[in-house]
Design a protein around this ligand. Structure first.
Ligand code: ADP
Ligand code: AMP
Length: 214
């Protein structure tokens, strides 16, 4: 099962992608996590990506396409994967389709987690990320057991630089201009499925399971 998660920044793509990966036993591939790991390790890719990410802009297509095309051909992706945060532009979607077609393969589902802009600002302000393992929480909707401490690895939580209010609006604009056209793209491809992302995390997941099959 090859799945793409679509939706605005903060819509809950990562939250749902992790649950899908666990239930269906497929890897969760987040380009944002890959970039953040590269930034943490001080790699050349990380240094390049950081300048765009900090401004709320997309990293250029050429820095992300090959990385994903290589990743989905690794052994653990044989039974499928859930892509979170990729594609984010039409050229990225076309490049993915072309690379998969060359392998005799295709995406099965593009799941759009639909959340209006008004809710997004609230979501992003409350999102907290672990400095150690990158797990994400929400101060109100998905709190940790001990305040400020990651449930998974015990490290501290931070507000991501790009989740600061001044950057969130910019990211939303970028989403509407560059990423939202993918909804049309995957509708035309006949694989778009939309779920209401404003309801409780477990209810969003139940709607996704209904689509993918139990
Ligand atoms: P994305 O990967 O789309 O950027 P996340 O999965 O990181 O978004 O979710 C953004 C924030 O909103 C996180 O703090 C997360 O805990 C919270 N969140 C995710 N889904 C829901 C939901 N259905 N209701 C309330 N909060 C949610
Ligand atoms: P995310 O964790 O998915 O919210 O991504 C965080 C940031 O990483 C984005 O705001 C972009 O700057 C960058 N990024 C992640 N995925 C992509 C992508 N597919 N194309 C371009 N930039 C990306």
């Amino acid at each position: 099962m090859k799945i793409i998660m679509l939706g605005a920044p903060g819509a809950g793509k990562g939250t749902q992608a992790k649950k899908i990966a666990a239930k269906y036993d497929i890897p969760h591939i987040s380009t944002g996590d890959i970039f953040r790991a590269n930034i943490k390790n001080g790699t050349e890719l990380g240094n390049k990506a950081k300048t765009y990410m900090d401004q709320g802009l997309l990293v250029p297509d050429e820095l992300v396409v090959d990385l994903v095309v290589d990743r989905v051909q690794q052994d653990d992706c044989k039974n499928g994967y859930v892509l979170d945060g990729f594609p984010r532009t039409i050229p990225q979607a076309e490049a993915l389709d072309k690379a998969l077609a060359a392998l005799g393969d295709k995406v099965d589902y593009a799941i759009d987690v639909n959340v209006p802009d008004e809710n997004i600002v609230n979501r992003m302000g409350g999102r907290r990320a672990c400095v150690g393992c990158g797990a994400t929480y929400h101060l109100v909707y998905a709190p940790t057991k001990t305040e400020g401490i990651c449930d998974v690895c015990g490290k501290e939580l931070i507000l991501r630089d790009d989740d600061k209010p001044e950057t969130v609006q910019k990211r939303l604009n970028v989403y509407h201009e560059q990423t939202q056209p993918l909804i049309d793209y995957y509708t035309k491809a006949g694989i778009l499925k939309t779920v209401d992302g404003t309801v409780d995390i477990n209810d969003v997941f139940a709607a996704i399971v209904e689509i993918l099959g139990a």
